[in-house]
Design a protein around this ligand. Structure first.
Ligand SMILES: Cc1ncc(COP(=O)(O)O)c(C=O)c1O
Length: 435
């Protein structure tokens, strides 16, 4: 059982270094938050090729919410593999797809009939949400927000804000996409001003009757874990209702317990017309869902949405096991407790460490922003890199985020124990002292 960090070599060890040389020869360029090659995982721990045990505060970018190698999730996949690996939904249907759709329709916010479409990735359901919104409303304009990240395919990328590294060199993007400010009180954009700007943009630049959908992450993911205020989300929903605009909540990162409830929308009192889900839903299998009001889904022209692998039977089996664990296990209670422990621990950081500018989040979806000094709030992306490197060398895997690359986000499995949390937070605090 791997429970704590154990380093047998300095990080990265010799075997990881040798594999990295091979990787550079054969694989497309990309960064790695923690360039060690992992052979095994369990709970919140990773074991690399050199036998080092690392503590994982990244969870595969918020995917392994119920921990690595969760036995009941693995069993569900094994059982399904014995029977069928791939069938293709439009060729011969299978029960797992229907069961998962029914379950998602039941557990997602909104007391109205719903229907679900399954795909492979977050970006793919974002694409489909926009396609459906346009097909059904016969309108074209889409409103998205600053700090947004919705994926890397062309429409998802058009909706994404940050240029480097996501959008760089990929222009032109899709037309009829407009961007409004997202509430970011620490950097001067309060929720009231953001909503006033949103209204102004829609009313003056676009005209509400041209708007098919508004897409928003209730808590931004790659944008740096900024929670929109409850009032902002509710005003947005009311505006959309008034003007027949579809509200799409992107909970690809904030969903499946990440904010302490199954979905962040529950805490906002929001019932979106469409909800995009992925990451934590599949317990590590590539699967995503677009859950929509039945009256919307029923208008989609059959055959106009789909894909070869969407709703793969093994991925469906894993997703059902994930939902079962959320419904019948302690995952959400753990997530809430974890959130409280993290909040308590980070409360003093601004006073204790001059490099910490802002501390924020919702439940265990928490982050802190590093600045050169607290008065000027100048972002410190170099300090952020240094802190991540410091933690990595001590055996703690962490991720950055944010438009200015100066946010460190905590994305550990929600099953992380109090001892593991303490171990990880102590390393971060040691690193903060050195910045
Ligand atoms: C909020 C949000 N939407 C969409 C995506 C895109 O998901 P994928 O990488 O599975 O395409 C992400 C991925 O990080 C995300 O965080």
């Amino acid at each position: 059982m791997m429970k704590t960090i154990q380093l047998k070599t300095s990080i990265p060890g010799p075997k990881s270094q040798a594999l990295m040389k091979e990787r550079e020869k054969h694989v497309a360029p990309a960064g790695h938050a923690a360039p060690v090659f992992v052979v095994r995982s369990e709970g919140s721990m990773l074991e690399d090729v050199d036998g080092n045990h690392l503590l994982d505060f990244a969870a595969g970018i918020g995917v392994m919410n119920l921990g690595h190698a969760q036995p009941s999730i693995q069993e569900a996949a094994k059982e399904q593999l014995k029977n069928a690996t791939h069938l293709q939904w439009n060729v011969t249907p299978y029960e797992g797809y229907v069961k998962l759709a029914a379950k998602l329709n039941q557990i997602t916010p909104g007391k109205f009939p719903k229907k679900t479409f399954l795909a492979n990735s977050g970006a793919e359901v974002v694409e489909n949400a926009i396609k459906i919104a346009r097909q059904v409303t016969h309108r074209q304009a889409i409103i998205c927000f600053d700090q947004a990240f919705h994926g890397r395919t062309y429409m998802a990328l058009t909706l994404t804000t940050k240029n480097k590294p996501y959008r760089y060199g990929f222009a032109p993007y899709n037309p009829e996409v407009y961007r409004a400010p997202f509430p970011y009180p620490y950097r001067g954009m309060d929720a009231d001003t953001a909503f006033a700007r949103f209204e102004e943009i829609v009313n003056t630049q676009v005209i509400p009757t041209n708007v098919a959908a508004v897409i928003i992450e209730p808590v931004t993911g790659e944008g740096g874990f900024l929670p929109a205020s409850k009032e902002f989300m509710q005003k947005l929903q009311a505006f959309c209702k008034t003007h027949g605009i579809l509200l799409i909540a992107d909970e690809i990162q904030s969903g499946f317990g990440r904010t302490g409830t199954l979905f962040a929308c529950e805490q906002y009192g929001i019932e979106p017309d469409m909800l995009t889900l992925a990451k934590g839903m599949g317990g590590g299998m590539p699967i995503s869902a677009l859950v929509a009001k039945a009256e919307i889904m029923d208008q989609v022209m059959p055959g106009s949405i789909g894909g070869t692998y969407g709703g793969n039977p093994v991925a469906c089996a894993q997703a059902l096991a994930v939902i079962d664990l959320f419904e019948n296990g302690p995952a959400l209670a753990n997530a809430k407790k974890l959130g409280q422990m993290i909040e308590e621990r980070m409360k003093q950081w601004r006073e204790k460490y001059r490099c910490v500018g802002d501390v924020r989040g919702m439940g265990p979806m928490r982050a802190f922003e590093l600045v050169k000094d607290q008065a000027s709030k100048t972002p410190d992306p170099d300090g952020t890199k240094k802190l991540i490197q410091f933690c990595y060398e001590k055996g703690l895997v962490m991720l950055s985020a944010g438009t200015y690359a100066n946010v460190i986000r905590l994305l550990m499995p929600l099953t992380t124990t109090a001892d593991q949390l303490d171990e990880g937070m102590s390393i971060i605090e040691e690193g903060l002292k050195k910045l």
